[in-house]
Design a protein around this ligand. Structure first.
Ligand SMILES: [Zn+2]
Length: 528
């Protein structure tokens, strides 16, 4: 039985619901149906992501929106003229530079930090900003794990809403994931098509990941040349049929391809077989969902990634580490010289499985939020450097897909919305542990920028983009999902009291106006 989806008529909501459920389904339920479904999934992917089909969509989009031919760059020409006057000077007692938190004046011209002087130097500027005594100037955060979902699932999230949320949370650069949008970003036309939608809509700078799926190895080089920051793959059902997962041997083949042009493979590491054999999640009790995503599934897949990276010499990155069980083997691999980095997310560092209320599907994500002891071990891994950085994995859906009425963890879409809250979440938890703001910013700005090759982002330094966040670390607030800027008003942090608030954000020296014109750029690897 092979169903033929017409991509034009594809109902993304139905596809996602089906995928989300099946990704945690036991094989003994209907083994034949699963393999038929796999064939079907491949068909959906091939048709939805067909380059010829997408070229037709691009032509139609350009005609309909009167967009001229040529790449959608989202760039502005640098301002002409070599005026000596600075455009912006920020003065403050607490400015986080590469020398730590110090009293400084930061001078900005044409979007770039061109002066860092001791406070009192009196740098002249067209616009002068004096920080209040309770404010710290931070580099804008760099969030390399965001699902924007446009085009195709724009009801879940979109470029305007996601980048507003980012800016409000002090994130000035994000990198968009290749899946959940339709088409998936698995070939050059799909990237071009996505850029058409993003162009002119982004309030912060946005880069793109490509996708590695079965059969698209011939497209990887072109995507790389078009400026993606690396490639994402899954080792189990991704949740959407148009983004099929790789088997371990396919992962290795793609790693070898990526190695040939020094690109980075980022991996959702849960083992398909281990998830298939685990109990099926049912009902509104979180423990049932947790049991369906065992730690061993992460351990198996991570071991596979480590060895394939070792064998090929390619660069690999583990996404959203949830299980602390994997920390020792990650530490060993790094000691061995495997080119491996690891991220975790605010939800794994702040939430606890023991505290998830019945039916609270806002907390559902894959891999799952685990127990208190696991959370503590993840903090240890972060502090000792086994875990490299912290990014949101902001992965929203519509409220409908969260199955709020029944609160069934087996049915609800897995993904947590948190883009605007990351800094406050991590800062709230860090200060309780006596961890300074410098380390938090290192995890959330400097290190992710470095790993993806964003040389002018992630710190306040001469020659860097003047991407800045004015942060009040002692402000407190209570999360109200309805007041967050991301599209669908749901978050597991609803009602939570947090420390630290972003008061203003600057993108390349300009204050971001969430009600004004978006000035973000679409980034290409190597150009920022
Ligand atoms: Zn994700």
């Amino acid at each position: 039985m092979t169903r033929q989806h017409d991509p034009e008529d594809l109902d993304p909501t139905a596809v996602a619901r089906e995928g989300s459920a099946r990704s945690a389904t036991r094989p003994d339920a209907v083994e034949a149906a699963v393999s038929a479904a796999d064939d079907d999934a491949r068909t959906v992917a091939d048709r939805v992501n067909d380059p010829e089909r997408i070229r037709g969509l691009i032509t139609a989009y350009r005609q309909e929106h009167a967009v001229p031919d040529g790449p959608a760059a989202g760039t502005r020409a640098a301002r002409a003229g070599g005026s000596r006057e600075l455009d912006l000077v920020v003065r403050g007692r607490r400015i986080l530079t590469t020398a730590g938190i110090v009293a400084r004046e930061i001078g900005v011209r044409d979007g770039t930090v061109v002066a860092i002087e001791p406070l009192g130097a009196g740098l002249p500027a067209r616009t002068l900003v004096e920080l209040a005594d309770d404010e710290v100037l931070l580099p804008g955060l760099v969030d390399t794990h965001v699902h924007i979902n446009e085009p195709g699932r724009t009801t879940w999230e979109g470029f305007a809403s996601a980048t507003r949320a980012a800016a409000a949370g002090g994130v000035t650069t994000l990198v968009d994931m290749p899946l959940n949008s339709i088409p998936a970003t698995v070939n050059a036309p799909a990237l071009e098509y996505k850029r058409l939608f993003a162009d002119g809509q982004v309030f912060v700078d946005v880069g793109f990941w490509g996708g590695a799926v079965p059969g698209n190895a011939p497209h990887l080089r072109a995507l790389h040349d078009d400026g993606v920051f690396g490639f994402k793959c899954f080792l189990l059902h991704s949740g959407v049929d148009e983004f099929p997962h790789l088997e371990a041997d396919e992962l290795e083949q793609d790693l070898a391809v990526l190695r040939s042009f020094d690109s980075l493979m980022i991996v959702h590491a849960e083992d398909s077989r281990a998830i298939d054999r685990a109990p099926h999640p049912r009902g509104d009790v979180y423990a049932s969902f947790l049991a369906s995503r065992p730690r061993g599934a992460e351990s198996l897949a991570i071991a596979e990634v480590i060895e394939r990276a070792r064998w090929t010499g390619a660069k690999a990155h583990l996404l959203h580490l949830s299980s602390s069980d994997a920390l020792p083997m990650i530490a060993t691999a790094k000691r061995d010289g495997v080119d491996l980095t690891v991220e975790t997310c605010p939800h794994y560092l702040t939430l606890l499985a023991e505290e998830v209320p019945d039916g609270a599907t806002a907390f559902k994500c894959c891999p799952p939020v685990r127990e208190a002891s696991n959370r503590e071990a993840l903090w240890d891994g972060l502090l000792d450097g086994t875990i490299d950085f912290v990014v949101s994995d902001h992965s929203p859906s519509t409220l409908d897909l969260k199955d709020l009425e029944n609160g069934d963890f087996g049915v609800a879409w897995g993904g947590i919305s948190s883009l605007q809250l990351g800094l406050s979440l991590i800062w709230t938890e860090a200060r309780k542990r006596g961890v300074g703001l410098e380390r938090v910013v290192d995890w959330m700005a400097t290190r992710p920028a470095k790993r993806v090759g964003l040389r002018s982002k992630g710190s306040i330094a001469l020659g860097h983009d003047a991407d800045l966040a004015v942060f009040a670390p002692d402000d407190a607030f209570v999360v109200d999902a309805g007041k967050l800027h991301h599209k669908n008003p749901i978050t597991p942090y609803q009602g939570r009291a947090l420390s630290g608030r972003v008061r203003r954000t600057y993108l390349r020296g300009e204050a971001v106006d969430l009600d004004g014109t978006p000035h973000g750029r679409l980034l290409r690897r190597g150009e920022a």
